[in-house]
Design a protein around this ligand. Structure first.
Ligand SMILES: [Zn+2]
Length: 601
């Protein structure tokens, strides 16, 4: 079959072709389920519908649907209907209206409007979204151009399809393993959310290319260690990006040998959300004789990496799902997935003070918590920075649960387990991946001041910041929450010396081991108060003068602080002869702890 010039209608008409849909997830799923896993409804187009749901029980009926995050002024929520979902939605009895009859066709016809902003750092030269290979190539190119300021980060857990996940570390003298504050950003936990991968890479370009022109960027480059992982879910992203647009049959001029089922579905593969973990026969309800209990659309494959983190993991009341075919399937265990393990490992091995995980869509800026309406212990900080950032990007700032209930998410994990000032940004208006050229540059332009604010105020100590250049509106939002530019994390300082008082180069580690309670509130949850054991271990190295200033998160986790208890870090300082000294330290937010001379060796 030729891959160019195939009309969508002819694809749908190719009856034999639909048989290939039975191979969803390829490999295991197809073998386990056999050809009877065919979805007879697969030729249904993707649709967008608005649904009026009020109250907990009606909203719970929507939990199994694919929410786009768009909320209409009258409170109706938008859901993406996969094949088979229209009948399911009817069966709920909820009032709804189909707004878009064929999402793939709607997106293909979206007008390319003239761009409204000047060129942005790190924009693609093709005027289209990067494909996975572009990310790795562009990050390697940055390392080559800026060898002392950019370092490629290779994450340890290869994906199910055998890919390595890469990130980029950006700061002046990047090879120095000192205790600078760490600012982390990632994108594309969800495969179809292409703008979410562009933004963190554009931030890296901005820092590297424009620091000379902007004192604020220079301060961030010099004093903050920025780490970006543009594409977390590389398998899912590669799947969505390798599918040629139906009308052109190519991506960036390259013809791809592609999963045939996705092409046959008229581009629906570009809208999948989860990773590519294959479904097992047991997931499909395959009984004796290989009968499949229900038909499955393309989106059934995979685990939702953004419900797989070990913070409040595992409820069945809408925050995530135990159904392997659900859009919010949380996996069999916390950190069952390589994607969440990679990110959590990175967070736990650095003292990440602030983080943004990027998603689409809806123009929202979300902070903890996702699973309870209770204020987070640091709500004043989270809300202050959140609302101040929203004055720049114009997004709706709110607690995550005000969108809907979530459990096991990246930003709740970062805040709940590590104490990072963490956010989920939902970009791109009302589309998961609108046309690049009129969207992504303007989106980056609106968001860069938000990143600058977070890096300057949640990462740097007051004395490290260049003259304040916040707008009046941003300052007012910070002031409302009692923020006047004070230190928002801890700093451990001192000097490693030998027994004769001479400075030595030393390695410092901060560790803490504790149990996180998984979801405990769900009635009838067989997991009950199941605990998940965590160890955090971060390292830094002093200079030859033995001096250190380590910017660290508070030692006490938010939920422990809320119970009016404290936790301590175990600090170990190890000298050149390998002999270390340890002590326990309680470090509060905003506290400076001067350890003076630490004698090692
Ligand atoms: Zn997402």
């Amino acid at each position: 079959m030729t891959e160019t010039g195939i009309s969508r209608r002819s694809l749908f008409r190719t009856a034999g072709a639909v048989a290939a849909v039975g191979a969803i997830g390829a490999g295991t799923a197809a073998r386990a389920a056999g050809p009877s896993a065919l979805d007879p409804t697969a030729v249904e187009p993707l649709r967008l519908a608005r649904v009026w749901a009020v109250g907990r029980s009606q909203l719970a009926q929507l939990a199994g649907f694919d929410d786009t995050h768009v909320v209409h002024p009258d409170g109706a929520v938008e859901v993406l209907l996969w094949p088979g979902d229209l009948a399911r939605l009817r069966a709920t009895g909820l009032r709804f209206q189909v707004d878009v009859d064929d999402l793939v066709a709607r997106d293909a016809a979206l007008p390319r409007v003239p761009r409204v902003v000047a060129a942005q750092p790190g924009e693609t030269s093709t005027g289209d979204y990067r494909v996975l290979e572009d990310y790795e190539r562009d990050m390697r190119a940055l390392v080559k151009r800026f060898p002392t300021k950019a370092r490629l980060v290779e994450l340890p857990h290869r994906t199910l399809e055998g890919r390595t996940v890469y990130g980029l570390e950006v700061c002046t003298d990047v090879g120095r393993r000192d205790g600078r504050p760490v600012f982390y950003q990632d994108g594309c936990h969800h495969a179809r959310e292409w703008p979410a991968a562009e933004v963190p890479l554009m931030w890296a370009y901005d820092l590297l290319e424009n620091s000379g022109k902007d004192a604020r960027l220079q301060a961030i480059l010099d004093h903050v260690r920025t780490i970006v992982v543009p594409v977390v879910n590389v398998d899912g992203f590669a799947y969505t990006r390798s599918l040629p647009p139906v009308e052109t049959g190519e991506v960036g001029g390259v013809t791809n040998p592609l999963p045939p089922e996705a092409i046959l579905l008229g581009g629906q593969g570009r809208y999948v959300r989860k990773n590519r973990r294959p479904l097992l026969g047991s997931d499909l309800g395959v009984g004796q004789g290989g009968a499949v209990a229900k038909p499955l659309p393309l989106d059934a494959v995979g685990v939702d990496p953004n419900r797989n983190y070990a913070y409040s993991w595992g409820d069945d009341e809408g925050g995530s799902s135990s159904d392997a075919t659900s859009q919010t399937y949380r996996g069999t265990d916390p950190f069952s997935e390589q994607e969440s393990k990679n990110v959590a490992g990175l967070l736990k091995s650095h003292q990440v003070l602030a983080m943004v995980t990027h998603h689409t869509s809806g123009d929202l800026l979300l902070w903890a918590w996702g699973d309870t309406r209770a204020d987070a212990p640091d709500n004043a900080l989270l809300e202050g920075f959140g609302r101040a950032m929203a004055t720049y990007n114009g997004y709706v700032p709110q607690k995550s649960i005000d969108l809907y209930v979530t459990t096991g998410t990246t930003s709740d994990y970062a805040y709940g387990v590590l104490g990072s000032i963490g956010y989920t940004f939902e970009h791109a208006g009302s589309s998961f991946h609108p046309p690049y050229e009129d969207t992504v540059p303007a989106m980056y332009d609106r968001n860069r001041e938000a990143f600058i604010l977070l890096a300057l105020h949640a990462c740097l100590a007051p004395e490290q910041r260049p003259a304040a250049r916040l707008t009046t509106a941003a300052k007012a939002e910070l002031a409302k929450q009692g923020q006047k530019g004070q230190l928002t994390h801890g700093i451990l300082s001192g000097r490693a010396v030998d027994r004769r008082g001479r400075p030595v180069t030393a390695t410092l580690t901060l560790t803490k081991t504790f149990d996180t309670l998984l979801w405990a509130q769900g009635a009838g949850n067989p997991l009950g108060q199941r605990a998940y054991s965590e160890t955090i271990a971060a390292t830094m190295t002093t200079g030859a003068d033995g001096r250190f200033a380590w910017h660290v998160n508070p030692s006490t986790r938010p939920i422990v602080a809320a119970a009016k208890k404290t936790e301590s870090w175990l600090l170990t300082v190890t000298g050149p002869d390998g002999v270390g000294v340890s002590r326990r330290l309680v470090v509060a937010r905003g506290q400076r702890v001067d350890l003076g001379s630490v004698v090692v060796g």
